[in-house]
Design a protein around this ligand. Structure first.
Ligand code: NIG
Ligand code: FE
Length: 389
C-alpha cells in the first residue's frame, strides 16, 4: 500500500519520551507522521516531513495513539439497567447479577451474541479504540466458555478466559469441583485464549482458588491477569504479583503495602472508573499509585453489570476529575498504559516502528477529551487491518 503523510497536526502525542517535549506523552506541535501500510516510518516537525504517496492535512487538530482498552467483557446477551437504578438508589454491588447475564448468554445464539456484541464493538471503535481485550466469563460451563472464547477470537487476539468469574448456581454446593473444572477441562477447551483471569474477591473466588486457576494457566502457557480488590481487599494483589500477572484490574481498595508491592513489580494497575461510576463506589486514587511509581492503565470494563461503558473518552474524563490524574497521565494510561497491561510493545505509542493506529480528534488539544466530557471528539480512527487486535 502507498505511504501516507499526516501533516499539519496541531498537537501530536506520541508517548515516546525521546520526542518533542520529552515528557512521557512525547508531545510535538506543528507535527507530521508518515505511515506505510502498517507502521509509523517517520515522525517529526511538519516543516521537515519527507514526501509520501498520499498527503492528508489535518488542519491543526490533535492526533494521539489509538486507545488500548485492556479490559472488556464485550460478549454477553441482555442488560441489567434495573440493577443500575437500584444502585443509584443506594443498593451495593456484590456480583450477584452476574448469574442473570450467564442465563441470558447461555440462551443466546451465536448470531445474537455477534449482533449485540458487534454494536458495542462498533461504539468502542468509533470512540478511538484500536486494540481491545475481550473476556469470556458469562457461560461458566465447558461448552459455553469455549463458545465465548471462539466468538471473542473473531474480534481480537487479546482474548481472556474467565471461567472463574463466579461459581455458577449448579456448583454452589461443591465449589472445589467447579475450581477443578475451570483449572482442568474447561481451561483445556479454552486454551486458544491468550490470557487467564479470575474474579478474586468477596462473593467470587478466594486467593487459594484463584491461585489454583492461575497456576494451571501458567502450566498451560496462558498469560495471566486478575480482577482484584474491587469489592474488598482479600490479598489478591500479592497473588497477582507473585504469579507475574500482567495486570491487576479495579484496585478500588488497595493497602499501602500493596502499593509498594505493585511499584516494585512488573504488574500494571488497571483502573476502571466506569465501574466506580456505575456502582456508585468511591474512586481509588490514581495519583497515589502514580506517585508511588506504579504503572497505571485505564480501561472501560465494558460489561452489563458494573460498567456498561463503551467510551474511552468518558473513562479519561472520570480519571482526571475523580482519580487525580492529569490529562496527559490519563491519555497515557488509556494508550501506552493499556499496551503495558497487555504486554504489547507495538501499540499505545507512535514511535517509528509502532503500528500506525491513531486517533484524530475534532479538537486542537488532547485536553479536550476531559475538558468537554460527553462530547464525541473522535473525528477519525486509523487502524491497521493487518492484525485483528
Ligand atoms: O469487572 N467484577 C467482576 N466482573 C465484572 C462485572 C460483572 C458483572 O457484574 O456482570 C467487573 O466489574
Ligand atoms: Fe471486569
Amino acid at each position: 500500500m502507498a505511504s501516507r503523510l499526516l501533516t499539519n497536526i496541531g498537537e501530536l502525542l506520541t508517548n515516546d519520551p525521546t520526542l518533542g517535549d520529552e515528557t512521557p506523552v512525547g508531545r510535538l506541535h506543528d507535527a507530521a507522521l508518515v505511515l506505510d501500510d502498517e507502521r509509523v516510518v517517520w515522525v517529526g516537525a511538519a516543516s521537515a516531513a519527507p514526501d509520501a504517496d498520499e498527503r492528508y492535512d489535518v488542519g491543526g487538530l490533535a492526533v494521539l495513539p489509538g486507545f488500548v482498552d485492556s479490559h472488556t467483557h464485550l460478549i454477553f446477551a441482555g442488560e441489567r439497567s434495573d440493577e443500575f437504578e437500584a444502585r443509584m438508589a443506594g443498593e451495593r454491588y456484590d456480583g450477584g447479577g452476574i448469574a442473570r447475564t450467564v442465563a441470558a448468554t447461555r440462551a443466546a445464539s451465536d448470531e445474537q451474541l455477534r449482533d449485540e456484541s458487534g454494536a458495542r464493538l462498533a461504539a468502542l471503535r468509533a470512540g478511538g479504540v484500536t486494540t481491545l481485550e475481550v473476556k469470556s466469563g458469562y457461560a461458566l460451563d465447558v461448552e459455553g466458555e469455549s463458545r465465548l472464547v471462539a466468538l471473542a477470537r473473531e474480534v481480537t487476539s487479546e482474548v481472556t478466559f474467565l471461567g472463574a468469574h463466579v461459581v455458577p448456581q449448579d456448583y454452589v454446593a461443591d465449589r472445589d469441583a467447579y475450581v477443578a473444572l475451570v483449572a482442568g477441562e474447561m481451561m483445556m477447551r479454552c486454551a486458544s485464549a491468550k490470557w487467564a483471569d479470575v474474579f478474586c474477591d468477596v462473593g467470587a473466588f478466594d486467593v487459594d482458588e484463584a491461585r489454583e486457576v492461575l497456576v494451571a494457566a501458567r502450566a498451560r502457557g496462558l498469560a495471566r491477569r486478575l480482577h482484584a480488590n474491587q469489592i474488598a481487599d482479600i490479598g489478591a494483589i500479592a497473588l497477582a504479583v507473585e504469579l507475574d500477572c500482567a495486570s491487576v484490574d479495579h484496585c478500588t481498595h488497595v493497602s499501602d503495602v500493596d502499593v509498594e508491592r505493585l511499584a516494585a513489580s512488573s504488574t500494571v494497575a488497571t483502573l476502571l472508573p466506569g465501574a466506580e461510576f456505575c456502582t456508585r463506589s468511591p474512586y481509588p486514587s490514581g495519583r497515589r499509585l502514580l506517585d508511588a511509581g506504579v504503572t497505571v492503565a485505564l480501561a472501560t470494563d465494558c460489561n452489563p453489570g458494573t460498567s456498561y461503558v463503551t467510551s474511552m473518552s468518558f473513562v479519561i474524563a472520570l480519571a482526571v476529575r475523580e482519580m487525580g490524574l492529569s490529562v496527559d497521565e490519563a491519555v497515557w494510561a488509556a494508550t501506552r498504559g493499556g499496551a503495558g497491561a497487555l504486554r504489547r510493545a507495538d501499540v499505545g505509542h507512535l514511535s517509528v516502528g509502532a503500528r500506525g493506529d491513531l486517533v484524530i480528534l475534532n479538537a486542537p488539544r488532547a485536553a479536550h477529551l476531559a475538558y468537554r466530557p460527553g462530547s464525541s471528539l473522535v473525528r477519525e480512527v486509523w487502524r491497521c487491518e493487518s492484525d485483528d487486535a
